[in-house]
Design a protein around this ligand. Structure first.
Ligand SMILES: N[C@@H](CCC(=O)N[C@@H](CS)C(=O)NCC(=O)O)C(=O)O
Length: 289
C-alpha cells in the first residue's frame, strides 16, 4: 500500500497510541516522507488528539490497509494471552463448575486440556447430563476449581488462591465498601458480604452531644457500634490495623479501601482471561494504577 493512495479526507481506522486501539478517523494531512507521514483526526474527539501515524497503523479494507498492533499492544496482548494460569491440575474427568453462555455455572467435566501456549480457552469441557455436541472450550475466567492456580499477570510472580472464599466486612451501608463490592461482582468473585448493622443511636440526639466534648452520652453512641468494635480484634487477629472495610482471603487480611481494591484487582488480573490486563497491560498502564 503506497502513501499515494491516501488523500486528505480518506476515512479509515487509525491506532491511538495511548491505548493501542483502533478508532474511526479521517486523514487530515499527509507528509511526503517520515516514519509517521499520515496525520489523522479521530472522529468525535477534539483536534488536540490528532496524531501522525505510520501506514501500518491504519486500517481500511478497500485500500489494503490491515493495521498492525502497536509494539506495546502486541506485547500486552501476548502477555495477556500467555497463559498465566496453571492448568496442570486439571485432568480428564475432573469435575467443576463452569460458566455457560447464560452467565450461570453448571457442572462440567474436563475432556482435554490443550498444551498450546497463549491459548485463552485451553480446556475442553463436557456439560454433565448433556450430549457431546454442546462441549465447549473455556478458559480460567469461566472455571471454578481448586485445581486452578494463577500467577499475577503484572509479573510479580504472586500466586493467588482463586478458589478461596473471601469475606468483605463493613457497616450495613454502601460507603467505602461499595467500590470493592462492585469490583468483586464485576470480576465474578464469590465473597461473603458481611455487614455490621449498627443498633439505632439514641434519639432524640441529646443537645449536649452537639456542643462539644466531653459527651456524657457518647457511650450510647459507642454502644451502637458494638457489633463491630466488640469483635474487630478477633475477626482480624493480629492484623496491625483492623478497620472497616476489611477483606479476608484465606490467610490474607487487610483493611484500607484502596489496598483492598488493589488486592482484588491483582487477584482478578492474575486469573487471566477477560480481566488479564485489569491492572495494566503495559508498564505505563501499570504505573498509572
Ligand atoms: N482510611 C480508611 C478509613 C476507614 C474508616 O474510616 N472506617 C470507618 C467507617 S468509614 C469505621 O467506622 N471504621 C471502624 C473502625 O475504626 O474499626 C479506608 O480508606 O478504608
Amino acid at each position: 500500500m503506497a502513501l499515494s493512495s491516501l488523500a486528505v479526507g480518506t476515512t479509515l481506522h487509525a491506532v491511538y497510541a495511548a491505548d493501542g486501539e483502533y478508532y474511526p478517523a479521517e486523514v487530515v494531512a499527509i507528509k511526503k516522507k517520515g516514519q509517521r507521514p499520515v496525520k489523522v483526526h479521530y472522529k468525535g474527539f477534539d483536534a488536540s488528539f490528532d496524531a501522525f501515524v505510520s501506514l501500518d497503523q491504519l486500517k481500511n479494507k478497500s485500500l489494503g490497509l490491515t493495521g498492525k498492533p502497536t509494539a506495546a499492544a502486541a506485547k500486552a496482548a501476548a502477555k495477556a494471552a500467555e497463559s498465566t494460569v496453571d492448568y496442570s491440575g486439571l485432568e480428564r474427568g475432573h469435575k467443576f463448575q463452569v460458566k455457560a453462555d447464560d452467565g450461570k455455572y453448571y457442572l462440567a467435566e474436563v475432556v482435554t486440556v490443550s498444551k498450546s501456549k497463549g491459548n485463552a480457552a485451553p480446556v475442553k469441557v463436557h456439560w454433565v447430563g448433556y450430549t457431546a455436541d454442546s462441549d465447549v472450550w473455556v478458559g480460567a475466567d469461566s472455571i471454578r476449581s481448586k485445581a486452578l492456580t494463577a500467577q499475577d499477570s503484572v509479573g510479580e510472580g504472586v500466586r493467588f488462591n482463586q478458589s478461596s472464599n473471601m469475606t468483605l466486612g463493613y457497616w450495613k451501608i454502601r460507603g467505602l465498601a461499595q467500590a470493592p463490592r462492585v469490583l468483586m461482582t464485576y470480576a465474578d468473585m464469590k465473597f461473603e458480604n458481611k455487614m455490621f448493622a449498627q443498633t439505632p443511636a439514641p434519639r432524640p440526639v441529646p443537645e449536649r452531644l452537639c456542643k462539644g466534648h466531653p459527651f456524657p452520652d457518647m457511650q450510647a453512641y459507642d454502644d451502637s457500634k458494638k457489633c463491630w468494635f466488640d469483635v474487630k480484634f478477633d475477626v482480624m487477629g493480629d492484623y496491625h490495623s483492623p478497620n472497616l472495610p476489611f477483606l479476608i482471603d484465606g490467610d490474607v487480611k487487610l483493611s484500607e479501601t484502596n489496598a483492598i481494591l488493589r488486592y482484588i484487582g491483582r487477584k482478578a488480573a492474575a486469573k487471566g482471561g477477560r480481566l488479564g490486563s485489569l491492572m495494566g497491560g503495559t508498564p505505563q498502564e501499570v504505573a498509572n494504577n
